[in-house]
Design a protein around this ligand. Structure first.
Ligand SMILES: Cc1cc2nc3c(=O)[nH]c(=O)nc-3n(C[C@H](O)[C@H](O)[C@H](O)COP(=O)(O)OP(=O)(O)OC[C@H]3O[C@@H](n4cnc5c(N)ncnc54)[C@H](O)[C@@H]3O)c2cc1C
Length: 227
């Protein structure tokens, strides 16, 4: 639960930072002409904000649902009663994956960045600036799997198959991004991220393996069973 919380925070804060930067530059542009460097910076951060927003909204709201569900379970019967905050948090969390765009619509928004390779490039760039470690190696292996899954799905040029694999592709991309941000936080910011990083990578590896095995064993023909 803590690992999901820290990974969610890291992605949320990073996305918010990109939004702050390009909106600040937008505000400055109303008072004077931006320099070519500032214009390039504004474009870069606006693009990053667009790409990270759907995975931030999609993943953090799903993790909020999972964590509040688990927190009731941890408290047993008491957790279900109104005496404790977790039953309220559980009810409050449920709407977050519905309003302001359901998770399924975040998947639709994120997919174009998955297929364009934007998350792969973002993660690879960030990893290249971080020192070698077991965690970095694990993330690079996840990135290669995401790359292979994306190439496999797009090769069929089937919208239906794309839609079928969309959620798994979006989540896989998000696990790569969130793990990389946590690695950056534990390397450059504070030790308190070390354990959440290790746990989150273990979790992401298992999730990504599951998504990989489902996607790579399906074809557009297997869609017959799901219609
Ligand atoms: C408490 C609350 C407060 C709200 N506040 C506001 C507000 O302040 N302003 C405002 O404008 N709205 C508000 N809403 C509305 C909210 O934004 C919508 O409920 C939400 O966007 C989902 O739309 P919908 O209810 O029409 O569901 P639908 O769009 O009918 O979706 C039903 C299901 O179909 C899925 N689905 C739909 N399209 C696709 C697709 N293309 N691919 C895959 N799956 C799909 C959805 O994910 C969902 O699971 C609020 C809703 C609630 C409950």
């Amino acid at each position: 639960m803590k690992a999901k919380l820290e990974a969610s925070r890291s992605l949320l804060y990073e996305t918010s930072r990109y939004v702050d930067i390009y909106k600040s530059l937008d505000a400055i542009a109303k008072t004077r002409t931006l320099t070519p460097e500032e214009r390039a910076e504004s474009k870069r951060y606006s693009r990053l904000a667009d790409a990270l927003t759907p995975i931030a909204k999609g993943m953090t709201s799903e993790f909020a649902n999972q964590n509040t569900y688990d927190s009731i379970q941890v408290h047993g019967g008491s957790g279900f009663m109104r005496d404790y905050a977790c039953e309220r948090l559980y009810r409050d969390a449920r709407i977050t994956s519905i309003y302001e765009g359901t998770t399924q619509l975040q998947v639709v928004a994120a997919l174009r960045y998955v297929t364009a390779g934007s998350y792969l490039q973002y993660v690879r760039e960030m990893l290249s600036g971080l020192p070698e470690s077991k965690e970095k190696e694990a993330i690079m292996a996840m990135v290669d799997k995401l790359d292979a899954m994306t190439a496999y799905v797009t090769e069929f040029k089937s919208q239906e198959f794309n839609d079928f694999c969309g959620r798994r592709l979006m989540e896989s991309a998000a696990y790569c991004v969130m793990s990389t941000l946590l690695l950056r936080d534990s390397t450059e910011i504070a030790e308190i991220f070390d354990k959440p990083l290790k746990v989150f990578i273990d979790y992401s590896l298992s999730q990504l393996d599951g998504h990989y095995s489902v996607i790579m064993s399906r074809t557009p023909e297997s869609m017959d069973y799901y219609r």
